[in-house]
Design a binder for this molecule. Structure first.
Ligand code: ATP
Ligand code: MG
Length: 559
């Protein structure tokens, strides 16, 4: 399953300040071509925020005929796994992008990073620290108070080199020492107050196994990895703005092949959900969802399972844009992009979610009718819409006491059955509790494919022939949280705001023509929304399982 959809050139990333910067760099000759990178840590599944970053980095590379590397930032062995790394590659490909050459790993550079650290020591710009983590914190100072120099700051180069070599050789316990860059303990930017660049950690690494017991820190690793790969534009989210001086400092000290430019943009946040791997992992671990790919999750794999299209997600990324200002977006923007993408692309069929039985009292072998799968796309083909004496309609399409302006079915009223006859409701049969359990209706035999004579029938409802309809499990999704920003309050755990009704499973019915649809097939169920056969539970020909991807109208802005 290596479908590789193409993104039209020059539209993948939309216009924004980063694009302008790149245009200027190319125009001035600073760069002949660009190289970007997407640098995830393989410590979880990617979410919609990462999709923004992927579309930006890969999109720019595509638009400017440059390259984009996929590089795993694998410097935290305890939290990282092959499963996560695998899933990230799948997600990037599924979104329709290809990385430049092989997948890269920060761990590919561990030896080089080590040598550069030794180089810093030789220049007197790094030292081995013996203070405990606790003491280091005290010495670091605060936002308003400068830090103090560590008593170990002035070790000799030879002493530092010896200790650093022995750190690597495993002579010291985890956490007993760290290597720090020697910058400025009084800097107003705390990131420059002699940041740790290596720590001792005996942890098995997914790539390097037990080869290392010291690991480089992210800030030190990232800039060097960028430089080694010849990255021209290193794009990251705004929380790294204060780290940029450190990024530049490290590269300024070392004989690296180039000095990439770091540029920050704002993180995407989506209302009614969360965009943090750590919190998403908590939802998985606490079994609030069925897994990382639960269709309610804002993960790429979750959105995929729900039925979102890569094209729709890319369109969403384009619409939300790239800037430095806050990027909190309403779910309606995502759903709008998904809906619009599917509108002209997926076949339309009928399904019933809440069935109500209809008996046609004047049935005399009435006919089935051929109907196209899409009003604007005859090339999608057609199928027969079966008709028989017993039908099922949507319970909500009947009202005994209709509200004003009602155009659907009511006692004595007529509607058009989609692709079929005009039908009048003559009687509502109720059970002991007074609930309507069956409608007895009659059809106008003269209305198959033509208007009735002498009267207008405005309402059209969808229906299924009961004997032909296929049972289907239909999963209806609602927002995962009940408030727009579930993690806004630091004192309240975000799981408090989980929506208990985010998933409703109903036994519904679908047209027989979908019977053999493979997993991940998308349909519009007329009047109900877009649905997608479930990747895991749907069995073609055997068991129909549909996920509601999105309703036909915006159901979010109402709240
Ligand atoms: P999380 O906080 O969810 O763990 P992260 O930033 O730690 O995310 P990384 O794997 O380090 O996750 O991210 C890889 C890239 O994706 C980084 O360049 C990061 O800036 C970007 N990214 C992560 N979250 C978002 C977001 N919400 N919006 C835009 N870009 C994001
Ligand atoms: Mg990160």
């Amino acid at each position: 399953m290596s479908s590789k959809p193409t993104v039209p050139a020059a539209t993948a990333s939309g216009s924004n300040f980063i694009r302008s910067l790149i245009e200027a760099d190319l125009a001035s000759g600073k760069h002949k071509s660009i190289v970007t990178r997407f640098p995830p840590e393989p410590n979880g599944y990617l979410h919609v925020g990462h999709a923004k970053s992927i579309c930006l980095n890969f999109g720019l590379a595509r638009d400017f005929q440059g390259k984009c590397n996929l590089r795993f930032d694998d410097t935290n062995p305890e939290k990282e796994s092959e499963e996560y790394a695998r899933s990230i590659q799948d997600d990037v490909q599924w979104l329709g992008f290809e990385w430049n050459g092989e997948v890269r790993w920060a761990s590919d550079y561990f030896e080089q990073l080590y040598q550069y650290a030794a180089e810093l020591i030789k220049q007197g710009k790094a030292y081995v620290e013996d203070l405990s983590a606790e003491d280091m914190r005290v010495y670091r100072g605060t936002l308003t108070q400068p830090g103090k120099n560590s008593p170990f700051r002035d070790r000799t180069v030879a002493g530092n080199l010896d200790l650093f070599t022995r750190m690597r050789a495993g002579e010291f316990a985890d956490g007993a020492k760290v290597l720090r860059a020697k910058i400025d303990m009084a800097s107003p930017n705390i990131n420059l107050r002699d940041p740790a660049i290596y720590r001792i950690r005996r942890a098995h690494h997914i790539r390097t196994g037990d080869q290392w017991c010291i690991y480089p820190m992210y800030d030190y690793t990232h800039c060097i990895s960028d430089a080694l790969e010849g990255i021209t534009h290193s794009l990251c989210t705004l929380e790294f703005e204060d780290h940029r001086p450190l990024y530049d400092w490290v590269l300024d000290q070392l004989p690296v092949p180039c000095h990439p430019q770091q540029t920050e943009f704002s993180r995407l946040e989506l209302h009614y959900t969360i965009t943090s791997k750590r919190k998403l992992l908590q939802l998985v671990n606490d079994k609030h969802v069925s897994g990382w790919d639960d269709p309610r999750m804002p993960t790429i794999i979750g959105m995929r399972r729900r039925g979102y299209t890569p094209e729709g997600i890319r369109e969403f990324a384009k619409r939300i844009g790239i800037s430095k200002s806050e990027n909190i977006v309403d779910m309606a923007v995502m759903e709008g992009a998904i809906r619009e993408d599917m509108e002209g692309r997926v076949p339309r069929v009928m399904a019933v979610i809440h069935p109500l039985k209809v008996t046609i009292t004047n049935y005399d072998g009435a006919q089935s009718r051929e109907a196209g799968f899409h009003p604007n796309h005859p090339e999608f083909g057609s199928r027969m819409v079966p008709f028989s004496q017993e039908l099922i309609i949507e319970a909500e399409d009947f009202a005994e006491v209709p509200p004003e302006g009602w155009q659907r079915l009511t006692l004595g009223g007529e509607v058009r059955l989609r692709y079929s006859y005009v039908m009048r409701c003559d009687e509502a049969v109720k059970d002991a509790s007074g609930k309507v359990v069956e409608l007895r209706c009659s059809i106008d035999h003269n209305t198959l494919g033509k208007n009735p004579e002498g009267r207008k029938v405005k309402g059209v409802i969808h229906f299924l022939s009961r004997e032909h309809a296929l049972p289907a499990e239909i999963r209806l999704y609602d927002r995962l949280f009940t408030v727009p920003e579930p993690d806004a309050d630091k004192n309240v755990d975000f799981s408090t705001y989980l929506n208990p009704h985010s998933l409703t499973v109903v036994q519904g019915w679908v047209e027989p023509c979908v019977k053999d649809a493979p997993a991940e097939t998308r349909y519009q169920f007329e009047r109900l929304g877009y649905f997608c056969t479930d990747r895991h539970d749907h069995q073609p020909g055997e068991k129909q399982v549909f996920n509601r991807t999105v309703t036909l109208k915006d159901s979010w802005t109402k709240a």
